[in-house]
Every structure is written in structure tokens, then in C-alpha cells.
Design a protein around this ligand. Structure first.
Ligand code: GZL
Length: 320
């Protein structure tokens, strides 16, 4: 072999080695993420947090919006399995119906991380961890705020109407349970109507219109499982000639900017925070899982409660 050819081969070999080692070492982690949809301000902030964190972390994110349909999430998860992603993460639109597709992910040896909402499965090995809020506690905080309000007006009875979240979803089931637990046995507080508004402003307005038609002036409180439904209901209350936040007290959950604006306008009385900014925690958990590091089965987000009197002071700090 000529001298020149030998030099060329050595140069090529070292160049290949130079390219392959860092490339192998820094092979970006690929995550398949199935998102519920784009139904609320909270969801928009949650999606932004996940996409921003993936970008910052160098994670190759394959993102699928399910438009609030479970069948679309199952399809997306199957597609991620076929693409052999390193990790699958998703926010399950409802609690049940996941065993089959999660068993397929397990058979393909792809770890699954739950974020935001939980699933109801007997085999807990079907997911590695669940990162999200304690929705029962959020509902309890909403109920406790109302109990404290009622205590200031002894003898007054409060008829409560409830706008539930998406039927079958963990936040709807748990926020209803937590609220009911907090007001249980209190003679001043009665839930007179309860119906799903599917977490959207449009549906929240529509159902509140129906409540107002059925109950007339006999509504004292609205408990909404998220701010978007509360904001839709505020429109319905005003169109009925009533003052939201005064004629009808409004208790809500999420803590989105729209809720703070409504509180500063005197139209909403309290919002219980539900933190959507789960992106950084999710990327860290994904890296740990892929690296084989042990991680807790449950990672709970820390959250606050914001009554209207704190809204103006807190508003500048809001990140979603
Ligand atoms: C809660 C999340 C809920 C929000 C709604 O973690 O799943 O879904 O409360 C959103 O705003 O639509």
C-alpha cells in the first residue's frame, strides 16, 4: 500500500472515530408524547412547557395531540412503539382502558411515564412513574375555602352548582371527591346540580346557561373543575343579568392568567393552583429512566391557593 493511501486511511479512521464516539455518547433521547388536546389555557401552558423543556434538554420529541379522544392516544402510543422510541410519556384523557396498549409498550421494552393525569391499571409495572398534581387535594382546598366563607354568614344556605371536567378523567373524578369530602355534613352547603363542561369555556358557558334556566336565582355558588369552564360560566351569568363573584360566588381550579384577570375584575373569588409546568421534571425523569436510575413511582407537584384579594399581587409572578 502506498504511503499516501496509508495516510489517507489513517485520516479517515480517526475522522470516523472522532464522529462516532461523541455521536454515540450524545445520541439524543427520543420521546413519544401523546397530549390530551388543546382544550384549555392550562393545556396550552402544559404543552409549551413540555416542548420548551425537550428543546432545552436536547430531547428528540415526537408530539401527538389527541384532540381529547382516547382512541387517538392509543394510536399515537402504538406508533411510538413502531418507531422504537426510547421512552413514551402521555397525559391519559381518561383513567380506564389503557391495559392493552401499555402491555404492548412493556412487551416492546419501552418505559412509559404518566404526566398530569393517572390511569386505573391493576398492574402498576405498566408505567414507571406518574408526575402530576393531587387532584383530590385541589378539590378539598376548593371546598375548604367555601366552608370558611359560609362560616362568616351563619344561617345562610348556599345552593352550589358544579361544572365537572371531562367525564372519566382523573381530575374530574378526584376534584369532585375532594370537594364533596370537604363540604360533607355542612348544613349550609348543598350541591344542587352537577354536570360536565368537558374543561372547555364553550361547554362551561352552555351548561351554566342550563343551570341558570333550571335554578333561576337559586344559585349561590359555582364550583368549576377548571378556570376555563368558570370563565365561560361568567359570560353566562352576566348575560343572565347577574354579577359573577357577587350574586354567585365562583370557586375554580388551575390558576391560569385568565382566572387572575377575572379575580382582579371582581368576577371570580378563588382559584386553586394546578401546575402545568411539568416539562423539566418530565425530561429529567425520562433521562433517569433510560439511564436505569431508580425514580419514585409518584412525583407530586407543589401548588398554592389564590383568593381574589391576592390576585393583583401574585399576577406579575404568574408563568402560565
Ligand atoms: C389537570 C388537567 C386538567 C386541567 C384542565 O392536571 O388535566 O385538564 O385542570 C385541563 O384545565 O383541561
Amino acid at each position: 500500500m502506498t504511503f499516501t493511501r496509508r495516510i489517507l486511511l489513517c485520516a479517515l479512521a480517526s475522522a470516523a472515530a472522532a464522529v462516532s464516539i461523541p455521536a454515540l455518547a450524545a445520541k439524543p433521547l427520543t420521546m413519544g408524547f401523546s397530549q390530551v388536546g388543546a382544550e384549555s389555557e392550562w393545556r396550552t401552558a402544559n404543552t409549551a412547557s413540555i416542548k420548551d423543556a425537550a428543546k432545552k434538554d436536547g430531547v428528540n420529541l415526537k408530539f401527538a395531540d389527541a384532540q381529547q379522544k382516547q382512541e387517538n392516544q392509543v394510536k399515537a402510543i402504538r406508533s411510538f412503539i413502531a418507531q422504537k422510541v426510547d421512552v413514551i410519556a402521555f397525559s391519559p384523557v381518561v383513567e380506564s382502558g389503557w391495559e392493552t396498549v401499555l402491555r404492548e409498550a412493556k412487551a416492546a421494552k419501552i418505559p412509559v411515564i404518566l404526566t398530569d393525569r393517572a390511569v386505573n391499571v391493576t398492574d402498576k409495572s405498566l408505567y414507571v412513574t406518574f408526575i402530576g398534581s393531587d387532584f383530590v387535594l385541589e378539590g378539598r382546598h376548593a371546598g375548604e375555602w367555601l366552608v370558611a366563607q359560609a362560616a362568616k354568614n351563619p344561617g345562610k344556605k348556599y345552593n352550589i352548582v358544579e361544572l365537572q371536567g371531562t367525564v372519566g378523567s382523573a381530575p374530574a373524578i378526584d376534584r369532585k371527591a375532594g370537594f364533596a369530602d370537604a363540604i360533607k355534613g355542612n348544613p349550609a352547603l348543598t350541591v344542587v346540580r352537577s354536570q360536565t363542561g368537558d374543561f372547555t369555556r364553550a361547554k362551561g358557558k352552555e351548561v351554566m346557561e342550563a343551570f341558570l334556566k333550571a335554578q333561576g336565582k337559586n344559585i349561590d355558588v359555582l364550583y368549576a373543575h377548571n378556570d376555563d369552564m368558570a370563565i365561560g360560566a361568567i359570560q353566562a351569568i352576566e348575560e343572565a343579568g347577574l354579577k359573577p363573584g357577587k350574586d354567585i360566588l365562583i370557586v375554580s381550579i388551575d390558576g391560569v392568567k385568565g382566572a387572575f384577570e377575572a379575580m382582579m375584575a371582581g368576577k371570580l373569588n378563588v382559584t386553586v393552583e394546578c401546575n402545568p409546568l411539568l416539562g423539566p421534571q418530565l425530561m429529567q425523569a425520562a433521562r433517569d429512566v433510560v439511564a436505569g436510575k431508580p425514580i419514585p413511582k409518584r412525583i407530586t407537584t407543589v401548588e398554592g391557593i389564590f383568593p381574589a384579594e391576592l390576585a393583583a399581587k401574585e399576577f406579575p409572578n404568574r408563568r402560565y
